[in-house]
Design a protein around this ligand. Sequence first.
Ligand SMILES: Nc1ncnc2c1ncn2[C@@H]1O[C@H](COP(=O)(O)OP(=O)(O)OP(=O)(O)O)[C@@H](O)[C@H]1O
Ligand SMILES: [Mg+2]
Length: 411
Amino acid sequence: MGCFLCTGESSMDRKMERKNKNNINNDRRRRDNHSQQVQDTPRSNPRDKIVKEDSKVVNHSDMEHTTNDVPDSSNSSCDGDTKDVKARKFTFSELVAATQNFKDEYFLGEGGFGKVYKGHLQDTGEVVAIKQLDRNGCQGIREFIVEVLTLGTADHPNLVKLVGYCAEGEQRLLVYEYMSHGSLEDHLHDLRPNVKRLDWNTRMMIAAGAAKGLEYLHDKMKPPIISRDLKSSNILLGDGYHPKLSDFGLAKVGPSGDQTHVSTRVMGTYGYCAPDYAMTGQLTFKSDIYSFGVCLLEIITGRRAIDNRRCAAEQNLVAWAKPLFRDRKKFHQMADPALEGQYPVRGLYQALAIAAMCVQEQPNMRPVIAHIVTALNYLASQIYDPNIHPGKNPASRRGKNEEEECRHQAY
Ligand SMILES: Nc1ncnc2c1ncn2[C@@H]1O[C@H](COP(=O)(O)OP(=O)(O)OP(=O)(O)O)[C@@H](O)[C@H]1O
Ligand SMILES: [Mg+2]
């Protein structure tokens, strides 16, 4: 490989630039169920990727095959050591046929690595999402390989399924199962008119499912994997809003044996990156826990991880939330106004308590994923019925008993 930095600028910088340019276009062009044109909404640049590196010293060892690279990413064609990969290999013409030559009508959206189209596989009739990597980015090639090797060997109901890939000539495409409700991000922020706001129960079900996906990566995969890019746009929603984690192009094999961390370049997305990892480049499983905490905060508050349209004190979600975590009377201010007060008070407190633990400065203070799964499974099992406990926003109008119950049982 060895082509992270093809020019003076980093490939991540190029990705950021493309993304910034594309955010507006994405919203303009993103379509629901491949027909309806959607309305523009002004956006900040919440998806800005970060990469921190010494601009004078390019650490090529990180680009080459290291013990913490996901399986074997040294083969840039993806034709080699893919024996454990269950994904199917497609020809480019099969994917051209599936998307009617990448017809505009099938365009779903665009991320840092290229455009995503809805497709219909001609032979099986399967509906898929096809991500075409932008051939201008060297980083994309590496991430393509890591994605195939990680997702191609994974199998869990809360990880998006990689149906296959195409590595033909210059073309690099990834074929995923189609997720009918798009990304969690689409359902939390700047809701388009045809997108339903998520109710409390659905939010908790999504949080619990996403945690299970992460638990699979951290605790069940062999070797265990750190995602490094967990964020609401990478939590995809299928039928019934069933959540699945996606995008493992930045994944790394986690520390093992006596290792406490993996030393690597700082990569990820602004607003989601753990401060300890951003400062030191020392990646741990707890880096993902921080990112998960940010996602959980987004789910509870409906706010973006980074929102440049807000006043300075509120632009960074975690920075805004931290002082509020200290005052239980302010917890209601943190609930997404789109919920219109329809949430269980105790459930809100408990969900916020989990999020607060995940975004702690000290990585060793953050819980492990298995404990988060247990807590969120419990929360998701506590079905809230708005007819029994109708919304009573603002907090001051809340029933005394309910508040008291919270005080005793929130923690
Ligand atoms: N499997 C899928 N099914 C349906 N829609 C998908 C699927 N994968 C991606 N999309 C849609 O395509 C769009 C772009 O996704 P993509 O992962 O390329 O970008 P991103 O997550 O916004 O940014 P990043 O490149 O940092 O991951 C998203 O809006 C997402 O909803
Ligand atoms: Mg993504």
